[in-house]
Write a protein that binds this ligand. Structure first.
Ligand code: SF4
Ligand code: SF4
Ligand SMILES: [Zn+2]
Length: 155
């Protein structure tokens, strides 16, 4: 199987600080889970798809035009919209875009991904847990098949 190198994976960090490899739209595409009876939109990640995800691109000209690689390069960082997105993600999905961006700014993106692999590692298979539901979509797919709205055991 093709193993992507650390450098390849850097494209999976979106400008807003989202780690696309934790995203349900990315993981569904990677695992082709619509074959199992789901009907979800697939996404190859913000940078690979060539346009920013709807998280921020519609509301930010700099991101829509690809003028910054990461939001922290912007004079308005962290802007009101990024703060609102961050708050939603902290509350619902146990992660913070702003914390991610601050870490990347203070360290580097490869180090960030190493840390993420540790933080989001499935204890059973070593794969990445999906931030949108808190499940490993290999080991815990049965939970998600029973409840397609499952989210972090909170609903
Ligand atoms: S939907 Fe957005 S966050 Fe998810 S993989 Fe695509 S670009 Fe990344
Ligand atoms: S921080 Fe700057 S680049 Fe990022 S969404 Fe806000 S205005 Fe756009
Ligand atoms: Zn697993």
């Amino acid at each position: 199987m093709y193993q992507s190198s650390g450098k390849d994976k850097l494209v999976l960090i979106a400008p807003c600080g989202m780690n696309c490899s934790l995203c349900i739209a990315y993981q569904f595409r990677e695992k082709d889970l619509n074959k199992k009876g789901f009907h979800r939109t697939y996404c190859p990640g913000c940078i690979p798809r060539g346009k920013n995800c709807t998280h921020m691109a519609d509301s930010c000209e700099l991101l829509a035009k690809g003028l910054v690689r990461f939001c922290y390069e912007c004079d308005s960082y962290p802007c009101k919209r990024l703060k609102a997105l961050d708050k939603r993600y902290q509350t619902k999905y146990h992660m913070s875009m702003i914390e991610n961006l601050d870490f990347i700014k203070g360290n580097d993106a490869e180090k960030f991904l190493e840390k993420q692999e540790d933080k989001w590692k499935c204890p059973d298979c070593g794969g990445l847990i999906c931030c949108h539901n808190g499940l490993c979509l290999d080991c815990n797919l049965d939970i998600f098949l029973k409840n397609k709205k499952y989210r972090w055991n909170e609903d």
